[in-house]
Design a protein around this ligand. Structure first.
Ligand code: HDE
Length: 705
């Protein structure tokens, strides 16, 4: 009998054994079975024989604790979730790169800005603020626009929003504003909504939020796509050059495809039809090679400008209008790759305002100063270990060396004896006064106080500036949004208090909202810390419509088709749309597809009940004369047309669609945005006019709110 537990004579042969291996998609090695299929293993690498049945005492008996595979699988599953972000929980990310246009070495020593044409890897996460991870994309909310640039001198995070100002001036108020907008604590609703008492109670007691409120009540808070929104660093930062000279800088991301938002009535319906509307849009664009792009613009200024400017450049509730201080493009951001795995990258990415490379520095903005504390703290809570920088999405892509060690989930295996400095072993990294980060030596002094500077006190002038810079439809939308939100507030005193602030911003706006809410009388304007509001020159750059696209590029056309659809019109429309750089979808009675007038079968992308017109930027109605009779009886088909019209969209149609226009109640209201596609030329006209996106002249007649 063989001796038990004996070692083989040649101990090497105990570890080196014949094993068939293959590589998976991610390049990882798999053990493979005789059939050639990769073998499922436990997390410890043990091959698994049966993943369908847990280990039991008898076929119908109890499960055995000895089943290590079952226990490991459930244990891991039970721990799959990490705490969602307390704000910006719902987000969507993509990889790409930042490309520098020209060397900015005269004003900053930041390595990323030294060489024209150089590309640096980047990761971006867009988000909503208030809703949970599973909330709908089209909530009325601020959008996060957080960019991580993996520079050669460390990660640079611009943790920005799609709105250039914020609700509060001091970080100490952040928990309050966020508590107020989140679901109310006793009832845990409403989800991802600011339309409730707590939020407006806090806001109406916080005049510094008025400028931000104008933005949040504007269409900026319901963007059509992440691809069509701006991003802002919000705070004033500093560029610092090799000579340690500082220039103040504000960062702006400007989408190459122009700005675009949806209407509120549309947003509500999109949330039902496709709560992942923004995610799907980014996914589809990147997967189909339409890589979204933004220019990085900077506003640069010195202390002299700061001293002369009407407002405090440290106040995050203020902008510097582009008409006062023009922006300058310094680079571009291109997103060209989706993460392989949402959790590993988009969920685990850790943005931190304090991630700045040499050459970029902070200002004393009290909101920024507070954020610099919060973001590190939050990562420990969320990711569970100070080693969150070991996670690939957070690790720098440049060489790094330090003596921070150990802790939960340490992923690196440091070699050698030295874990401190100075040391006399002649090993390990040392600091570099020349190449290392040198904080700008600003002159700071003053008594230790809890005081808000007088220069932060004007809360209405820039709120008004935003309002008067909007086009008439945009002003209407602000008034409608305020009315809607305050109509959901159950406490009349809060509604009135809010109106009293609006009167300080714009009397007509205040009265309009008071009237729409049915207030018995218009309240007195709120007491203001600075009694004289300034009437600043309008800034057209603040209007989305003024900053819209030049053409339909990057947008989506919905084409309603049926059996017998006119194949030549269809061909003309699709060709013209592709030429414009836009995409289209066929929406048919059955998703299986249709047979067009030329006998060709075409697969549909959507069935009518699954694709309301809110999912498209414009629509074309191409039913055949035979099919339209059936279509007019379908509620979703009538809504498709009626909603497209109510949302001021362009509608192209053929003669056969007229019964549908009639049933949708718009046949007698046709205007310059409803275009008959009788001949190839009209198709061209139609597709060209799509570039203006909406027919706002129609809005007063459809009473879009
Ligand atoms: Fe944030 N913010 N924030 N914030 N913020 C977070 O960090 C915070 C503020 C912004 O996609 C948290 O990792 C404080 C302004 C974005 O992962 C947390 C204050 C702006 C994201 C935090 C602010 C932002 C966050 C939560 C007041 C625009 C998502 C999870 C001083 C300039 C980043 C996390 C991502 C996330 C704190 C105000 C943008 C708690 C204390 C102003 C885009 O650290």
């Amino acid at each position: 009998m063989a001796k038990r537990n004996s070692r083989p004579a040649n101990s090497k042969s105990a570890v080196v054994h014949e094993q068939k291996l293959t590589r998976g998609n991610g390049g990882e090695l798999h053990q493979i079975a005789e059939t050639g299929t990769p073998i499922l293993t436990t997390a410890q690498g043990g091959p698994v024989a049966d993943d369908q049945n847990s280990l039991r005492a008898g076929e119908r008996g109890p499960t055995l604790i000895e089943d290590f595979h079952f226990r490991e699988k459930l244990f891991h599953f039970d721990h799959e979730r990490i705490p969602e972000r307390v704000v910006h929980a719902r987000g969507y990310g993509a990889h790409g790169y930042f490309e520098t246009y020209e060397s900015l070495s005269a004003i900053t020593r930041a390595d990323v800005f030294q060489r024209a044409g150089e590309r640096t890897p980047a990761f971006v996460r867009f988000s909503t603020v208030a809703g949970s991870k599973g909330s709908a994309d089209l909530a009325r909310d601020v959008r996060g626009f957080a960019v991580k640039i993996y520079t050669k001198e460390g990660n640079w995070d611009i943790v920005g929003n799609n709105i250039p100002v914020f609700f509060i001036q001091d970080a100490i108020k952040f928990p309050d504003v966020i508590h107020s907008v989140k679901p109310e604590p006793d009832r845990e609703f409403p989800q991802a909504q600011s339309a409730h008492d707590n939020f407006w109670d806090f806001i109406s007691l916080t005049p510094e939020s008025m400028h931000m409120i104008m933005w949040v009540m504007s269409d900026r808070a319901i963007p059509r796509s992440f691809r069509f929104m701006e991003g802002f660093g919000v705070h004033t930062f500093r560029f610092v050059n090799e000579k340690d000279e500082s220039t103040f800088v504000k960062f702006h991301w400007k989408p190459k495809l122009g700005l675009q938002s949806v209407a509120w009535n549309e947003a509500v319906k999109i949330n039902g039809a496709d709560p992942d509307f923004h995610r799907r849009d980014l996914w589809d664009a990147i997967q189909s090679g339409n890589f979204p792009e933004w220019d990085l613009h900077v506003q640069l200024f010195d202390q002299d400008f700061a001293d002369r400017f009407d407002f405090d450049i440290l106040d995050p509730t203020k902008i510097i209008p582009e008409e006062v201080l023009p922006t300058k493009p310094v680079g571009r951001l291109v997103l060209d790759r989706m993460p392989d795995n949402f959790f590993a990258e988009t969920e685990q990415v850790a943005f931190m305002t304090q991630n700045v490379p040499p050459g970029i520095d902070f200002s004393d903005d009290p909101l920024l100063q507070g954020r610099n504390f919060s973001y590190l703290d939050t990562q420990l809570k969320r990711l569970g270990s100070p080693n969150f920088t070991h996670i690939p999405i957070n690790a720098p892509k440049c060489p790094f060396q330090h003596f921070q060690q150990d802790g939960h989930m340490a992923m690196r295996n440091p070699v050698g004896r030295v874990n401190y400095q100075p040391n006399s072993w002649g090993e390990g990294p040392r600091e570099s006064p020349m190449k290392g980060f040198r904080h700008f030596a600003s002159d700071e002094q003053g008594p230790k106080v809890r005081l808000r500077a007088e220069s932060f006190a004007d809360h209405y002038s820039q709120a008004r500036l935003f309002f008067v810079s909007q086009t008439p439809p945009e002003q209407r939308h602000i008034a409608d949004a305020l009315t809607f939100e305050l109509s959901k507030v159950q406490t009349p005193a809060i509604r009135e208090r809010m109106v009293s602030h609006l009167l300080n911003i714009d009397e007509t706006l205040g009265k309009k909202v008071a009237h729409a809410l049915g207030l018995k009388s218009v309240p007195k304007p709120a007491d203001a810390a600075v009694p004289t509001r300034q009437d600043l020159d309008p800034s057209p750059a603040l209007s989305i419509i003024e900053r819209g696209p030049k053409r339909f590029e990057g947008r989506k056309l919905g084409i309603l088709v049926t059996d017998g659809t006119d194949a030549s019109v269809l061909k003309a429309v699709t060709t013209a749309v592709i030429t414009e750089g836009a995409v289209f979808e066929f929406i048919a009675p059955k998703v299986g597809g249709i047979t067009a007038s030329d006998g060709q079968w075409m697969q549909a992308h959507q069935m009518i009940e699954g694709a309301p017109s809110v999912l498209y930027d414009a629509v074309v109605l191409l039913p055949s004369p035979n099919a339209v009779a059936e279509l007019v009886d379908v509620a979703a088909a009538r809504d498709f047309v009626a909603d497209a019209f109510a949302h001021c969209k362009y509608i192209g149609y053929v003669e056969a669609a007229v019964p549908l226009l009639e049933k949708a109640g718009i046949a007698n209201a046709l205007d310059e945005g409803t275009i008959s596609l009788g001949d190839p030329k009209s198709v061209q006209t139609f597709v060209k006019s799509l570039g203006s996106l909406r027919v706002w002249a129609r809005e007063p007649s459809v009473k879009l709110k």
